[in-house]
Design a protein around this ligand. Structure first.
Ligand SMILES: [Fe+2]
Ligand SMILES: [Fe+2]
Length: 187
């Protein structure tokens, strides 16, 4: 059985993951509004991944005998000055989330909770990927700058990203049904 402190810290992190999903969904609609459907689609896939991060963490809490809590989700901002501004925030946000995951690992160590520490390794690995992909995307969008044809090419490229469930997670039927809609934004 996990400590109350550990359950609480996991529930708080699940809430931050859901906020991440909300933030990227907000960015998706922002990109829709400025007619960049590829960037919008990329953000929608990103929002789906964050929802998986949320549920995976809440599933762990529930399977360990705790109560998964649906804490209130903060409202993200609704507009950005430019595509670079939005992708800069993605990069900053992912680095901040990496710090939160490391702090959570710190809680598991203080609680002498080896099971949770090992569960969190998945999130640490995921953050390495997230930081790398957000860095690549930021550089791509920065390179396009204000050149409209380069921006359209970047938009087409990012629009190719498809949602994939992490290994082992697709066994959940509700997650599989979610996969039918994520990333399939109509143009
Ligand atoms: Fe996440
Ligand atoms: Fe993330």
């Amino acid at each position: 059985m996990l400590s109350e402190k550990m359950f609480e810290a996991l529930n708080v992190q699940a809430n931050r993951e859901l906020y991440s999903s909300y933030l990227y969904l907000s960015m998706s609609y922002y990109f829709e509004s400025v007619k960049l459907p590829g960037f919008a689609s990329w953000m929608r896939v990103q929002a789906g991944e964050e929802l998986v991060h949320t549920m995976k963490m809440l599933d762990y809490v529930a399977s360990a005998g705790g109560r998964a809590k649906m804490l209130a989700v903060e409202s993200p901002r609704e507009s950005w000055a430019s595509p670079v501004d939005a992708f800069q925030q993605v990069w900053d946000h992912e680095r901040a989330v990496s710090g939160l995951i490391r702090a959570l690992v710190g809680v598991s160590e203080a609680e002498k909770d080896e099971a949770t520490k090992s569960f969190l390794q998945w999130y640490l690995d995921e953050q390495v990927e997230e930081e790398e992909s957000s860095d690549n995307v930021l550089n791509l969008v920065k390179a396009a700058g204000n050149d409209n044809s380069a921006l359209q090419a970047a938009d087409a490229k990012l629009g190719q990203r498809r949602f994939k469930f992490p290994r082992g997670f697709e066994i959940f039927p509700y997650a599989a049904s979610l996969g039918l809609t994520i990333g399939s934004l109509k143009r």
